[in-house]
Design a protein. Structure first.
Ligand SMILES: NC(=O)c1ccc[n+]([C@@H]2O[C@H](COP(=O)([O-])OP(=O)(O)OC[C@H]3O[C@@H](n4cnc5c(N)ncnc54)[C@H](OP(=O)(O)O)[C@@H]3O)[C@@H](O)[C@H]2O)c1
Length: 260
């Protein structure tokens, strides 16, 4: 089965690469999401993938806010052109679009499900949401996975919010579930992928970074943030959060693929 994964150098894409080493991972030099539609079409036509897992995106909230045109070109048009090219390259290409919990208002008590109305708060989440809508407008086998994840490494900032919440997945667990859902070809539409534990970001940070300092959204200046990022689902229960460090190796998924 030919699987193409975008964003293969990113946090999620790198974990997917461990599970699907035989998939195609074009670099930005080989497939830039901001390229003209015809150029993206030519690349995809040449590869003709059966499944596309689209993780590539401009993800920095401040970066998107500073350069909304680039965010729009990457997250909206890039996603649309890639999905459209995939649809045209073969009659039943499956397109899996990784989206975010930040498409919602973030108003407590959170726990947004697949039918909750979206209300993006910043350019990043707005472009991710419009990307979703563009994918949904195409008549193809597509799945939108809204999720939220962190790495098992040190918290990337010196402080973490006590008044911002999430039911995160660890990125390796998220990758495993994204791959599983991508292979379930009958599953189409929108689905939320979330962890079993909801806590403040300060709590999450403490788990890997004991020296982390607490802070409040009142002290923050920058693009508006989604305060409560917790997800729920009308389709699927939470993925059990596993705080075990270091993580044991997963049963390789290629075993399942080759064994089919
Ligand atoms: N991180 C989170 O907490 C989170 C939460 C929910 C959803 N998501 C979604 O999950 C997906 C993966 O996120 P991540 O955190 O793994 O992202 P990331 O670490 O920021 O990596 C982004 C990836 O996208 C690629 N990319 C960016 N602009 C591109 C362009 N113009 N053309 C081609 N590739 C481009 C980057 O390639 P280069 O190496 O060339 O820069 C990189 O591989 C994204 O769709 C994101 O919206 C993330």
């Amino acid at each position: 089965m030919s699987i193409l994964v975008t964003g293969g150098t990113g946090k999620l894409g790198s974990e997917i690469r461990k599970l699907l080493p035989d998939a195609i991972y074009p670099t930005r030099a080989e497939l830039d999401l901001t390229w003209l539609k015809s150029r993206i079409h030519d690349v995809i036509k040449g590869l003709s993938p059966e499944i596309v897992i689209h993780c590539g995106a401009m993800t920095g909230i401040r970066e998107c806010d500073t350069n909304p045109a680039l965010a729009y070109a990457t997250n909206v048009w890039g996603s649309y052109n890639l999905a459209n090219a995939s649809n045209l390259s073969s009659s039943n290409t499956r397109f899996v679009y990784v989206s975010t919990a930040c498409v919602f208002s973030g108003k407590p008590p959170g726990h947004f499900n697949e039918n909750s109305p979206a209300l993006p708060k910043n350019v990043y989440s707005l472009t991710k949401y419009i990307g979703e809508k563009f994918i949904e407008s195409l008549d193809m086998n597509s799945l939108i996975i809204r999720t939220n994840f962190i790495t098992r490494g040190k918290w990337p900032y010196p402080k973490a919010f006590v008044d911002r919440w999430a039911n995160y997945l660890y990125v390796d667990d998220c990758a495993r579930e994204v791959v599983r859902l991508a292979l379930e070809k009958h599953l189409v539409g929108r689905i939320h992928l979330y962890g079993s534990e909801k806590a403040s970001l300060y709590h999450w940070a403490k788990l890997t970074t004991p020296e982390i300092q607490p802070c409040s959204l009142k002290e923050y200046s920058g693009p508006e943030l989604t305060q409560d990022m917790s997800l729920s689902s009308i389709i699927m229960g939470p993925i059990m959060t596993d705080h075990y460090f270091p993580r044991p190796e997963h049963v390789p998924l290629e075993w399942r693929l080759h064994g089919e």
